[in-house]
Design a protein around this ligand. Structure first.
Ligand SMILES: NC(=O)c1ccc[n+]([C@@H]2O[C@H](COP(=O)([O-])OP(=O)(O)OC[C@H]3O[C@@H](n4cnc5c(N)ncnc54)[C@H](OP(=O)(O)O)[C@@H]3O)[C@@H](O)[C@H]2O)c1
Length: 239
């Protein structure tokens, strides 16, 4: 065991969180309390601090596409991604913002909402062949639609299609239901985990919510950083 001595001084977050130079890479960014809660009052917002919010936005800026479950979109009231401070130069040669790719079976989404109507990069919907035909038609009018899998999204096929559309730097913002499936499908390359100095108890979900992962990935600690007693951990898949 060894102590990770904090080194004083500013960190270049763009450099620290740079994606590998080539190949597809799926990063997840999540926040949890010290007792493992991924929710506070049914949302994740109450768990973070300004540095976590800054990192959340920066990781969006670094990504080609942001994959997120429909429950998170509904629970957190997601709007379209907007350009953010700290993005200087990070999107050169790319669209001004990454599109959201929303995972949904029911397509119970407000297709008139800003997340579709005001998106600077056309929102993508990842859904299944058995989704409601009328809603699917509306989805196709308001978004780019990727259909993969019959009753349940075929995550590897959907991710492959995202890559085929030029989105190789993927960011998954959860929620726990989607992240559990991404991990179970062997698709996760990196987990960025903010540990929030809170103890909450109750019955919140953890950052993964699903069946046991058949082959748990082995992860390596790439770095640990601290801000206001929050820990910012970056784990990457051991190759
Ligand atoms: N701590 C964190 O970092 C963090 C991050 C994100 C979210 N959260 C919190 O987590 C909660 C939401 O997470 P969640 O786990 O309930 O939901 P989620 O993972 O965001 O979304 C689940 C939804 O995704 C769709 N979906 C999932 N698997 C699918 C499949 N195989 N095929 C087709 N569609 C599929 C379904 O949408 P439809 O119902 O539309 O079919 C399902 O209801 C919220 O409280 C949010 O605040 C926390």
């Amino acid at each position: 065991m060894r102590i990770l001595s904090p080194e004083a001084g500013d960190v270049d977050l763009v450099e620290r969180y740079a994606y590998p130079p080539d190949g597809a890479w799926m990063r997840a960014n999540m926040v949890a309390s010290l007792d493992g809660a991924a929710q506070r009052d049914e949302r994740s917002g109450g768990l973070g601090n300004p540095a976590d919010q800054h990192l959340f936005l920066l990781l969006r800026g670094l990504a080609d596409v942001v994959v997120v479950g429909a429950n998170t979109v509904r629970a957190e009231g997601y709007g379209p991604v907007k350009p953010s401070g700290g993005w200087d130069g990070v999107r050169d040669g790319r669209s001004p913002v990454p599109p959201l790719a929303i995972v949904s079976r029911t397509l119970d989404l407000d297709f008139d909402a800003p997340i579709f109507a005001e998106a600077k990069a056309r929102t993508i919907v990842l859904t299944t062949t058995t989704s409601d035909p009328a809603r699917l038609e509306t989805a196709r009018e308001r978004a780019d639609v990727i259909v993969a899998g019959k009753d349940s999204l075929d995550f590897p096929a959907a991710v492959k299609e995202l890559e085929a559309r030029g989105h190789r730097r993927l960011l998954c913002e959860g929620g726990p239901g989607v992240l559990a499936q991404v991990v179970a499908a062997g698709l996760l390359d990196e987990l960025c985990l903010t540990l929030s100095p809170l103890l909450l108890a109750g019955h919140p979900t953890r950052i993964l919510d699903g069946a046991p992962v058949p082959v748990p990935p082995e992860l390596t600690l790439a770095h640990a950083m601290e801000d206001e007693n929050f820990l910012f951990l970056r784990y990457t898949r051991s190759r």
